[in-house]
Design a protein around this ligand. Structure first.
Ligand SMILES: Nc1ncnc2c1ncn2[C@@H]1O[C@H](COP(=O)(O)OP(=O)(O)OP(=O)(O)O)[C@@H](O)[C@H]1O
Length: 242
């Protein structure tokens, strides 16, 4: 195992991936280590969700390699990738509407000790504790999104993939959720790969950025370097501002 992969790391190595034999993303090479915050941006349809889905084994890896902790995982089923330490908060709040908040959390624990995991989740999102008996369908958009993040966290991932967690949220709720994610990343050393339409939010959050244009990376480097290139941000991305 190369020295650079000793701590847990998600690596995309010249990845081409898509669906049914057709490529959506091509030539992707970047990585997310524990403790690192990476932002992934691009216009609608650029391939951001496909990139995350490829890491999880939910899109077709067609070329190159995806590695987790140094192991190629191209043939590994999704649940095993999760077990190795990859967490996923899919777009659109993937929670069970008919289960309570607490039942949603317990259902994601897969045999882990319930009480400490609940304490951790409620410590991060006190609002979920207050609503713990509410059904998933009796939550506000922000609370649903907090629950979606908390569900991913109770499985104790080492790298977390977040697909537009702020979508549809009011600015105040967005701030609250981002603060919780930042706190988590700082306190636990969780690595984060954040896909987000709100470019200012993701630039504030991330140390490293990847920019996709029609499935091809047109930038991969430090957030600082991307900030210094507003022409690239404006022309290639055209993202909505906060
Ligand atoms: N399951 C699928 N089967 C076939 N094609 C798909 C599938 N999911 C996405 N695509 C196609 O892949 C391309 C990229 O989609 P993707 O969802 O990865 O983009 P995105 O950057 O996340 O977009 P958005 O910002 O709108 O969420 C699109 O052309 C889309 O139609």
């Amino acid at each position: 195992m190369p020295a650079t992969e000793r701590s847990f790391e998600l690596v995309f190595d010249d990845v081409t991936a898509g669906y049914n034999g057709a490529p959506v993303v091509q030539g992707l090479s970047f990585s997310v280590r524990q403790g690192q915050r990476v932002g992934l941006i691009g216009r609608n349809g650029a391939g951001k969700t496909t990139t995350l889905a490829t890491a999880m084994g939910l899109a077709q890896l067609q070329r190159g390699a995806v590695r987790l902790g140094g192991r190629p995982v191209g043939a590994m089923p999704t649940f095993e990738r999760a077990r190795l330490g990859l967490g996923y908060v899919p777009q659109g709040r993937d929670i069970f509407a008919s289960l309570s908040v607490e039942e949603n959390l317990v259902a994601a624990m897969h045999g882990r000790a319930v009480r400490p995991a609940l304490e951790k989740a409620y410590g991060l999102f006190p609002r979920l504790f207050e609503r713990r008996g509410n059904g998933g369908n009796q939550l506000s958009g922000g609370e649903q999104q907090m629950l979606a993040v908390a569900r991913a966290l109770v499985a104790e991932p080492r790298v977390l993939l977040l697909d537009e967690p702020l979508e549809g949220l009011a600015p105040k709720v967005r701030d609250e959720l981002m603060q919780a994610i930042e706190q988590l990343a700082t306190q636990t050393g969780l690595g984060c790969l954040l896909v987000e339409q709100h470019v200012d939010v993701v630039l504030d959050f991330a140390d490293e950025m990847v920019v996709l244009e029609r499935g091809v990376p047109v930038f991969s480097g430090s957030t600082e370097a991307l900030r210094a290139d507003p022409a690239l941000l404006n022309s290639a991305i055209g993202l909505e501002k906060v």
